[in-house]
Design a protein around this ligand. Structure first.
Ligand SMILES: Cc1cc2nc3c(=O)[nH]c(=O)nc-3n(C[C@H](O)[C@H](O)[C@H](O)COP(=O)(O)OP(=O)(O)OC[C@H]3O[C@@H](n4cnc5c(N)ncnc54)[C@H](O)[C@@H]3O)c2cc1C
Length: 292
């Protein structure tokens, strides 16, 4: 039945669908064919009261250890994008890094600082991704197309609320399916240089050699979460195979068989320690997912 909507995997391991490499499972994973199939699939699942969860590249989530009895929806095949003069139209499952690379090649400026964020365009719009705090994915968004209450709707940029790692998509169940960006003319060499600089900085400062899901905590106003954790002496602290990175204390890395439980226990230890020492509550940037 589900294969009407796309490619269906059954009893699937999600280890390769989340960047922590948590070895959890799902009853079904559907790689939808196109936007219409996605809309029909959502209506079908709602009618059948089957739970579902939308996964991008899984680079900002802590999936649960227990298997999911429902359907993981993957937008992997909703990855088309095109340029028309300075307008970029992109489907939500497209890999942000690939889109950025092509925009730069075309001499289009506006998203060049986002090229090394390892997720989908949809995931980046959901979480208002950025490398520099003052240059986010929303700077050049014109409109976002969503599935809302089983209908396809277009939302203008002005009607989307955003702040540090927040978009109003976090407060509703809309599925982002497509977005349009208005870019500017830019110098290709300068943009390539900037991209390279950011990639080098990441290699130097972030533990990208290990499985991780980016920054664990948001930076509290006026502080660096990594510095607070480092000063608390927690670098290298671990719960089984979940370690506070030695390279960057705001990263938790999976050095082998870390489970969701290990990662969440380590998070609680860090939060308690920083509360006790600095009286600061560290808020998660990553998203803890729960399912039955
Ligand atoms: C090494 C590393 C470095 C990173 N650096 C950065 C950085 O510099 N800046 C930054 O902002 N982030 C960074 N991240 C975090 C992460 O890559 C981003 O948050 C990314 O935008 C998440 O995209 P995703 O496709 O992986 O989303 P996922 O992790 O798959 O999903 C995250 C949330 O978005 C929802 N979602 C996904 N797609 C859609 C959609 N189409 N419609 C509605 N909801 C959707 C999911 O349901 C989930 O709730 C980093 C991660 C890693 C591993």
């Amino acid at each position: 039945m589900l294969n009407k909507y796309g490619i269906v995997l059954e009893d699937v391991s999600l280890e390769n669908y989340n960047t922590y490499g948590i070895k959890t499972k799902a009853k079904y994973l559907v790689k939808v064919k196109d936007i219409n199939s996605l809309k029909e699939l959502v209506s079908y699942l709602n009618k059948e009261k089957m739970p579902y969860f939308l996964l991008g590249k899984g680079s900002n989530v802590i999936l649960p250890d227990n298997p999911f009895s429902g359907v993981i929806i993957s937008l992997e095949n909703l990855n088309h994008y095109s340029f028309d003069h300075n307008t970029l139209t992109v489907e939500a499952g497209a890999i942000l890094g690939l889109v950025v690379k092509d925009a730069i090649k075309k001499g289009l400026k506006g998203i060049e600082t986002l090229g090394s964020i390892p997720g989908t365009v949809g995931g980046a719009l959901y979480g208002n991704a950025s490398f520099y705090k003052d240059k986010t994915i929303y700077d050049h968004v014109k409109e976002v197309v969503v599935i809302c209450n089983e209908e396809i709707k277009t939302i203008l940029r002005k009607d989307i609320k955003t702040s540090y790692r927040y978009s109003s998509f976090k407060d509703c169940n809309d599925i982002i399916v497509k977005a349009t960006f208005t870019l500017e003319k830019g110098n290709i060499e300068e943009m390539q240089e900037e991209e390279k600089k950011i990639r080098e900085k990441r290699r130097e400062t972030q533990p990208i050699e290990f499985k991780n899901a980016g920054s664990v905590f948001k930076n509290p106003i006026g502080y660096s979460a990594g510095k607070l954790i480092d000063e608390a002496g927690l670098k290298g602290y671990h719960v089984n195979d979940a370690y506070v990175s030695l390279k960057h204390a705001n990263f938790i890395v999976n050095k082998g068989k870390a489970t969701s439980k290990d990662i969440k226990e380590l998070i609680a230890i860090i939060q308690n320690k920083i509360k006790e020492k600095d009286n600061i509550t560290l808020e998660l940037e990553q998203q803890i997912i729960e399912w039955d």
